[in-house]
Design a protein around this ligand. Sequence first.
Ligand SMILES: CC/C=C\C/C=C\C/C=C\CC/C=C/CC(=O)SCCNC(=O)CCNC(=O)[C@H](O)C(C)(C)COP(=O)(O)OP(=O)(O)OC[C@H]1O[C@@H](n2cnc3c(N)ncnc32)[C@H](O)[C@@H]1OP(=O)(O)O
Length: 283
Amino acid sequence: MFLRSALSLWPLARNGTRSYSSTGVTKLVAVTVDDQTGIATVNLQRPPVNSLNLELLTELSSSLTDLEKNKSRGIILKSYSDAVFSAGIDILEMYKCEEERVTLFWSALQEVWIKLYGHFAPTVACINGHAPAGGCLLALSCEYRVMVKEKTIGLNETKLGIVAPQWFIASLVNIIGQRQSEVALTTGKMFTTEEALRIGLVDEMAENTEDAFSKSLEFFKKFKNISPFARAQTKAFIRESTIQALVKNREKDLKMFINEIRKENVQKGLGQYLESLKKRKVS
Ligand SMILES: CC/C=C\C/C=C\C/C=C\CC/C=C/CC(=O)SCCNC(=O)CCNC(=O)[C@H](O)C(C)(C)COP(=O)(O)OP(=O)(O)OC[C@H]1O[C@@H](n2cnc3c(N)ncnc32)[C@H](O)[C@@H]1OP(=O)(O)O
């Protein structure tokens, strides 16, 4: 009953889903809520590679707030593209960046992580494409990961000459443990889907996006006979210390980020990395 009235805030589409956009105009993040199940699909749609810039993160953040307010039954996070889930942080947000914008940018990333990692309802990452660095972080924030075969995922920051912040690291450690995380992070390892499945970085492998989406939907059925309150509170207890570690240190984390990316060698490395991405395309 409550769910129905909450969902009535979303305009009903012909196919039984409600489309919703945080800004009134669907742009970088499209949310549809299934009218029967109450499960929201959050589709990242910033071509070509869903790199995370301020605008995408701001939209994602307000979509998550709205889903929280509207008591969604669950979230499936996916990409509009079958090639890339998210290429991680848009390098242009870190390369030759203005202080004001980079402050807003990093704060938005912190906000998205806090909201997604702590979302009360079940969350699934339907990883239907490559998920390096920040893309991997989004997937790690969810409770369950289904990944399409022959893609790659990982926190590859060291390969860019940068250090993954503590909350990125904690998100990985909480899933694959300290030993595997240390090896993966220090080497900037990108795992194939098959490797990720083997070490528990992802929970299921899928043939393609459609299969990944249907496997993602299956996950919610695990909670059919579980009290939503007991489920949500248990999740909150398990995740609380990881979230609080950032919440209490947001300012310090922001300063560390700005300080780190402003270093001359880091700027040089980011410039070279951008160049190498462009060259890779040509060859
Ligand atoms: C002492 C320190 C203490 C504490 C630490 C504190 C702070 C830490 C500081 C910093 C931490 C910052 C954390 C960063 C995390 C990140 O997310 S960094 C981003 C990492 N991302 C990547 O490495 C991915 C790079 N991209 C790819 O590998 C491929 O593009 C991908 C496999 C995703 C897709 O391949 P494909 O489909 O072939 O596409 P293209 O490669 O052709 O790319 C299409 C165009 O998109 C551009 N592009 C790709 N990725 C990005 C990106 N991340 N940002 C910006 N632009 C990107 C690419 O150049 C192409 O552009 P073009 O069409 O040529 O113009």
